[in-house]
Ligand binder design. Structure first.
Ligand SMILES: [Fe+2]
Ligand SMILES: [Fe+2]
Length: 332
């Protein structure tokens, strides 16, 4: 990883995807996975004293432009509580990442197991699974070093995971929507953070984000183009169901990836009004959620998955991007 880190962009092919261009892209992504990949332990110097995690380190504090960090309640907390809340939120995002990637890996392997011999997608699914396994190792190691005791999956969460994995087999398009609904919001947050190029960002956290953003650019490119290839061939009722499911899945996942969990609010006794002021009633937070939804909404429009019924759900879930935020398809 060079000193001057440049946030990588996704690989793209022309808007109208045909199978040759699609498979060329998949081969290119597979090749990049060979020449530019990371190992959670070889590529992160965990025992470097600069990477040590201290609960009282002010670099964990939420920034003043963070929606919770900007509240008067947060700013009035003692410094040690401010840094703990910031670190606890990061640890929670990483735990969600581990769980999400667990489901993703199972779904990818299931999807790959049904591909015909010689399919370039088979190889890429395995590259992506290996990369996600490294991400989960890296996230879990970070959590371990924070000392927070975060539980594994509950029984209900396990059943939800099985449900999603089943759809990788029965309805791969829905599974790829799930992939983008999880990866787009977290990628948006990490890119914003890296672009700010803050001096006081903790070096361990910066390193983790750089590795993650670099490899996720490939994963999202694969999911987006897999949808472009597959959705046009979908029959009417499946296409209709898919259109309705996208805002529901993105609405739930975006909230999980961009807000402090209710568990954290309980642990730190964050008053309900403060949580509402930070998230639910905050136009700045609303605008960020809309921005994080822009890419997937644009893709849904391009694929004909937005109709008046699904549009209502985008509004109900409060993730409909501002009209002016949509970028032309050629630049996505
Ligand atoms: Fe990942
Ligand atoms: Fe990924």
């Amino acid at each position: 990883m060079p000193e001057e880190f440049v946030v990588p962009e996704e690989e793209r092919v022309a808007k109208a995807v045909h199978s040759d261009a699609y498979f060329d892209l998949i081969r290119r992504l597979s090749h990049q996975s060979v020449v530019k990949h990371f190992d959670a332990y070889a590529d992160i110097d965990w025992d470097n004293p600069e990477f040590r995690i201290d609960h009282d380190d002010s670099r964990w504090e939420l920034e003043p432009d963070d929606v919770l960090g900007a509240t008067a309640w947060y700013r009035a907390q003692p410094a040690g509580i401010r840094s703990r809340i910031g670190l606890r939120i990061l640890a929670n995002f990483m735990k969600i990442g581990v769980i999400f990637e667990y489901v993703l890996k199972r779904g990818l392997l299931d999807f790959a197991s049904r591909l015909p011999s010689g399919s370039p997608e088979f190889r890429y699914c395995y590259h992506e699974t290996i990369e996600e396994a490294q991400h989960s190792l890296m996230f879990q190691e970070f959590i371990n070093r924070t000392g927070f005791n975060l539980p594994g999956l509950s029984g209900l969460e396990c059943r939800c995971a099985d449900f999603v994995v089943k759809y990788a087999r029965k309805f791969p398009e829905l599974f790829f929507v799930f992939v983008l609904a999880g990866e787009d919001p977290i990628d948006y947050v990490q890119r914003q953070s890296l672009r700010k190029n803050r001096e006081d960002i903790h070096p361990l956290f910066r390193r983790i984000m750089q590795i993650h953003v670099t490899e996720e650019a490939r994963h999202m490119s694969f999911a987006r183009h897999a949808l472009r290839m597959r959705v046009p061939a979908l029959r009417g009722s499946r296409r209709w169901r898919l259109g309705l499911c996208v805002p529901l899945i993105l609405g739930v996942m975006g909230k999980m990836m961009m807000e402090a969990s209710p568990q954290i609010a309980r642990e730190y006794k964050i008053p309900r009004e403060v949580v509402d002021a930070a998230y639910r009633k905050n136009p700045i937070h609303g605008a960020r959620i809309h921005e994080a939804s822009t890419k997937l909404f644009g893709l849904c429009k391009e694929l004909g998955l937005v109709n008046r019924w699904s549009l209502r759900l985008w509004k109900v879930m409060r993730i409909l991007p501002e009209a002016g935020a949509l970028v032309p398809a050629a630049t996505r």
